[in-house]
Design a protein around this ligand. Structure first.
Ligand code: HEM
Length: 165
């Protein structure tokens, strides 16, 4: 036995013979394991899942007339408000902007001037065909109030499009 072992470790050709099958077995095991792992991570046809996409957001252009459809009274119950050209989706707050809410006049409208002038009536709501609100007529205080509302809406609501005049 001792003689054999000495031969194994001194004679290269015997060592090669012994290690060659071991290498082969190891290679086979690697191939089989890789195949099993690969098979595991590749779903069979039929159970391929749809790729997950984040919810798609389509930004649209709205004329004042088109915006009117989004006052919460339509079948979709969507409520959009335009402020300084941006259209926000405020549908989640029907208690404020719904038909019975205190700020219903903003719903489906351009509320820029109303917010600047702290008005909840329709006095400053532009009508179809009107020009874009002229911000240069606002006092510093009104402009400040408007900027405050813009950052409020930017933080709280999703922008869904822009107003085209
Ligand atoms: C007597 C006067 C008013 C009272 C007592 C009042 C009260 C309130 C209250 C309690 C809120 C909710 C605040 C919160 O959720 O933390 C609110 C929100 C609001 N108010 Fe007034 N308000 C008054 C006048 C006005 C006026 C004149 C405007 C016109 C610019 C206005 C515009 C708004 C808007 C845009 C909101 C935000 C609603 C949202 O969360 O989207 N309010 N108000």
């Amino acid at each position: 036995m001792y003689e054999f072992l000495t031969q194994v470790f001194t004679n290269n050709s015997i060592l090669e013979k012994l290690t060659a099958p071991t290498g082969l077995i190891l290679s086979l095991i690697t191939v089989v394991v890789s195949y099993l792992i690969f098979r595991e991570s590749t779903p069979d046809e039929g159970d391929i899942e749809e790729p997950e996409h984040p919810e798609m957001l389509v930004l649209s252009d709205y004329t004042l007339e088109q915006l009117k459809a989004f006052d919460g009274s339509g079948p979709t119950k969507l409520i959009f408000i335009g402020i300084c050209g941006k259209v926000y989706d405020v549908s989640e707050k029907t208690q404020f902007y719904g038909p019975e809410g205190p700020y219903a006049s903003f719903a489906g409208s351009d509320a820029t001037m109303s917010l600047a002038k702290n008005s909840t009536t329709r006095e400053y709501i532009p009508k179809d065909g009107d020009e874009a609100p002229d911000l240069s007529i606002l006092s510093d205080k009104e402009r400040e109030a408007l900027d405050g509302w813009i950052s409020f809406f930017d933080k709280k609501y999703q922008v869904v499009g822009k107003i085209v005049y």
